[in-house]
Design a protein around this ligand. Structure first.
Ligand SMILES: [Ca+2]
Ligand SMILES: [Ca+2]
Ligand SMILES: [Ca+2]
Length: 315
């Protein structure tokens, strides 16, 4: 419902049809799905229900990342011919091209205060970690190393960034100050795709590490920020990756080997499947705590029928 005042009269406009979605959701998970062939950004409730498609473009749209206030989603698209990071304003649905650079720009991660976005770009010839203002200005190369540097994630206090690099001959996770000083390697048994926990104490990540004498394909782990106390979250190999913490730190959403989204507790228990679609689903991004989301639905016109969703325990 919206109220419009027209020349002194208050006119009540009923917007029909009403969606079935309760507009009191305080958390959502954004994700990428290839069910439409080319990659689109969706959101769903944290139990997997009520999927809404946010993008509708023949280019690839993927890797969503919520701003701290939940008013914007950054995502990656090649709709202008190369990968750029776009900002979707959830209040009016408008898009802006944050990077506007002929090189590949990917893997957006918002700073905790919403003033910057960290990303991976190849604008200087190899994959580097940059921070860039949310206005698209002042890109700063903070990895500055000829090896490949990927997958930035901010510490909750905004002072450090964790990322993956192969500078020591294989993929490991590093932590660096936001000005690029003092990079420190925190894994020593392979690590990629880090995600910093909301309390600042832990990092979730993927690893193809040696376990019980064999190299196991990507499983998901959690460690303390200094690399100690590693906990195994998945134990199946394959491709378990792209972790995203719930804002209260009690759950981690991720993409599993089976091409679907799951959540698991940070101690490895309570594995729950969220998605079930053969088109492939990836890059879950847990929203911050959201307030009144009614603005969100004012411009979303594509409410998909719920063909799956709700909690599905196990596989
Ligand atoms: Ca698309
Ligand atoms: Ca670009
Ligand atoms: Ca580099």
């Amino acid at each position: 419902m919206r109220f419009h005042t027209v020349i002194g009269f208050t006119v009540l406009i009923l917007v029909l049809p009403e969606t079935a979605r309760p507009q009191t959701a305080t958390n959502l998970i954004a994700f990428t799905s290839w069910r439409d062939d080319n990659g689109e950004i969706y959101v769903m409730d944290v139990d997997g229900g009520n999927q809404v498609r946010l993008t509708n473009h023949p280019a690839s749209d993927w890797q969503p990342a919520w701003s701290r206030l939940g008013d914007k989603i950054a995502f990656v698209s090649d709709r202008d011919g190369d990968f750029e990071i776009y900002l979707m304003d959830l209040e009016d649905g408008s898009l802006s091209n944050l990077t506007g650079n002929p090189a590949s720009d990917e893997q957006p991660a918002w700073s905790p205060d919403g003033s910057k976005v960290a990303l991976r770009s190849k604008r200087d010839g190899n994959a580097e970690i940059y921070t860039i203002g949310a206005d698209g200005k002042q890109a700063v190369n903070l990895s500055n190393h000829p090896s490949s540097d990927h997958s930035p994630t901010w510490s909750p206090d905004g002072t450090r960034i964790a990322f993956a690099s192969n500078r020591d001959g294989n993929w490991e996770i590093y932590v660096v100050n936001v000005d690029g000083t003092e990079p420190v390697r925190v894994t020593n048994n392979t690590g990629t795709g880090p995600a910093w926990s909301p309390d600042g104490a832990q990092i979730a990540f993927s690893s193809e590490r040696i376990r019980d004498g064999d190299i196991v394909d990507k499983d998901l782990y959690v460690m303390n920020v200094d690399g100690t106390n590693v906990v195994t979250l998945t134990n199946e190999g394959g491709f378990n990756a792209h972790p995203s913490w719930s804002p209260d730190g009690t759950k981690i959403a991720f993409r599993s080997t089976r091409g679907e989204l799951f959540v698991v507790d940070p101690d490895g228990t309570n594995l729950v499947k969220l998605s079930d679609h053969p088109g492939g689903n990836d890059y879950p991004a847990w929203s911050p705590h959201l307030g009144d989301m009614s603005f969100f639905f004012d411009h979303v016109t594509t409410i998909l029928p719920v063909s799956w969703g709700g909690l599905k325990v196990g596989n």
